[in-house]
Design a protein around this ligand. Structure first.
Ligand SMILES: Nc1ncnc2c1ncn2[C@@H]1O[C@H](COP(=O)(O)OP(=O)(O)O)[C@@H](O)[C@H]1O
Ligand SMILES: [Mg+2]
Length: 399
C-alpha cells in the first residue's frame, strides 16, 4: 500500500513511539490501556477495545475498552464464535465493515448489553507469529468509514501490542515460577528428611505418628502453595475472568463462616457477623472472588488468633461503597511488618512461621480488590489483634 500522505507519516511515527512505550512496560493493564487509547485516536474512532483469547477455553473475552470504562459487566460478556470478532479470531484476517448491521456475521449480543449502537468497524487479529493473543477492534469512525490505511495502522499496532502482552506474560511467569520453585523446596525437603527418619526401626509409635502427621501437613502445604500460586498467576497475567453479579453480602459471610467453623471450634473461637445497615446489603461483584477474599481473612483471623478468642465480621454500607471488616483478638502484626504483607510469600516472623500458610493469601486478596476497584486496609496491634477492612464500590467497575 502506498502511504504518502503527510498525516499518515505522522501516524506511523506515533506508532513507533507507542511501540517504544509498549516495550518498556510489563504491566498488562497499562499495555492494554495504552493500545486502546492510541488505536482510538489514530484512526479517529469513537471506541476501541481489546478482546483477549483464552486458549484453554477457546474463547474470546472483553478485556479493555475506551469510553466504556464505567460499564459494569464488560469482562462477563462472552464473545461468540459467530460474531465479527469471532470471525477475525478464527480466520486471523483483518476486517472492515461499513454497515455492521447489514453484515450476516454481526451479532448485536454485545452492543445490546453495552447499549451501544455500532455503525462501522474495523477489527484486526493480534498475533505473535502464528499464535493468536486476541483481537483489536475499533468502532464508529467519526464522519466516515474506516479505510485500508486505518486497517494497516491498526494491524501494526495490534502486532506490537501482541508482542508486548506476550512478553509481559512470559516475564511474570518466569519470575513467579522461580519464586514458586524456591517455596516448594522447604516442604519437599521436610518430607524427604522425615521419610528417611521413618525408616528407622527404633522409633516409638508416638514418634512415628508425629512424623506421619508432619508429612501430612507438609503435603497439604504443598498443594495449598500450588493452588494459591495458580490463582495468583492467573490474576496477575490478566487471564482471570470476573463474573459480576448481584448478591446478598450477609448470606455470603454466613456461608464463609460455616466453611471455617470447624477450624474455629478447634480453637474455641467464636465468630460473629454484624450488619450495621438496617436492610440487606446487596453487592455487585464477582461472588466467588469475594468469597475467596473473605475465606482468607476469616481463616487468618482464626489461625493467628489465641484460644478462646473471637473474630468479628462487620458489614457496612455507605453512599458509594460497601465494606467488610474482619477483626480478631489474636497475635497481631508488628507495625514495621504491615507494608510487607502484600509481598508474595511474605509471612510475619516468629510465631506465625510455625502456623501453616503460604504467604499468598493477602496478595491474592489485594489483586482481586484491585480488579474490582476496591481497597484493603490493615490495622494491627501486637498481642491485641488485627483488623482488616475491604471495600468495593457499590457499582463495581471491573476494568
Ligand atoms: N489476622 C492476622 N493476624 C496476624 N497476622 C496476620 C493476620 N493475617 C495475616 N497475617 C500475617 O500476614 C501473613 C500473610 O498472610 P496471608 O497472605 O494470608 O498468608 P498465610 O496465611 O498463608 O501465611 C501471615 O503469614 C501472617 O504473618
Ligand atoms: Mg492466609
Amino acid at each position: 500500500m502506498e502511504v504518502t500522505n503527510e498525516l499518515t507519516v505522522e501516524k506511523y511515527k506515533s506508532i513507533f513511539q507507542i511501540s517504544n512505550d509498549l516495550a518498556s512496560t510489563l504491566d498488562i493493564d497499562s499495555i492494554l490501556e495504552l493500545i486502546t487509547l492510541h488505536a482510538m485516536e489514530l484512526v479517529n474512532a469513537e471506541v476501541a477495545s481489546i478482546l483477549l483469547y483464552d486458549h484453554n477455553k477457546e474463547q474470546l473475552y472483553f478485556r479493555s475498552a475506551t469510553n466504556m470504562k464505567y460499564h459494569t459487566g464488560l469482562s462477563q460478556i462472552l464473545v461468540q464464535k459467530e460474531s465479527l470478532a469471532g470471525w477475525v479470531a478464527e480466520h486471523r484476517e483483518p476486517l472492515i465493515i461499513d454497515d455492521a448491521h447489514e453484515d450476516g456475521r454481526f451479532s448485536d449480543h454485545v452492543e445490546k448489553k453495552l447499549k451501544y449502537q455500532t455503525r462501522n468497524l474495523c477489527i484486526v487479529p493480534m498475533l505473535v507469529k502464528t499464535k493468536l493473543v486476541g483481537v483489536l477492534e475499533v468502532l464508529n469512525k467519526r464522519n466516515t468509514n474506516f479505510t485500508p490505511v486505518d486497517q494497516d495502522i491498526l494491524s501494526t499496532l495490534g502486532t506490537q501490542a501482541a508482542i508486548a502482552i506476550e512478553n509481559a506474560r512470559l516475564f511474570h511467569q518466569s519470575d513467579t515460577i522461580a519464586d514458586l520453585v524456591h517455596e516448594l523446596r522447604t516442604p519437599l525437603n521436610a518430607i524427604n528428611t522425615i521419610s528417611y527418619l521413618l525408616l528407622r526401626s527404633e522409633l516409638t509409635s508416638d514418634q512415628r505418628n508425629t512424623f506421619v502427621s508432619t508429612i501430612q501437613s507438609e503435603t497439604n502445604r504443598l498443594s495449598e502453595l500450588v493452588s494459591n500460586f495458580l490463582d495468583f498467576s492467573r490474576l496477575e497475567s490478566g487471564r482471570e475472568q470476573f463474573i459480576m453479579e448481584s448478591f446478598d453480602l450477609h448470606a455470603l459471610c454466613k456461608e464463609c463462616m460455616d466453611i471455617v467453623s470447624i477450624k474455629a471450634m478447634d480453637k474455641h473461637i467464636g465468630i460473629n457477623i454484624h450488619n450495621s445497615s438496617p436492610s440487606t446489603i446487596m453487592a455487585f461483584a464477582d461472588r466467588n472472588k469475594i468469597k475467596q477474599v473473605l475465606l482468607n481473612l476469616l481463616s487468618n483471623g482464626i489461625k493467628y488468633n489465641k484460644e478462646f478468642g473471637t473474630v468479628d465480621v462487620v458489614l457496612q454500607e455507605q453512599a458509594e461503597l460497601i465494606s467488610i471488616t474482619v477483626t480478631d483478638t489474636g497475635l497481631g502484626i508488628a507495625e514495621n511488618e504491615l507494608p510487607e504483607l502484600f509481598h508474595k510469600y511474605y509471612r510475619a516472623t516468629d510465631i506465625h512461621q510455625s502456623i501453616q500458610g503460604t504467604g499468598l493469601g493477602l496478595v491474592i486478596c489485594k489483586k482481586i480488590l484491585d480488579h474490582l476497584n476496591g481497597s484493603i486496609e490493615i490495622e494491627s496491634q501486637v498481642n491485641q489483634g488485627t483488623s482488616i477492612k475491604i471495600s468495593i464500590p457499590k457499582k463495581a467497575n471491573i476494568l
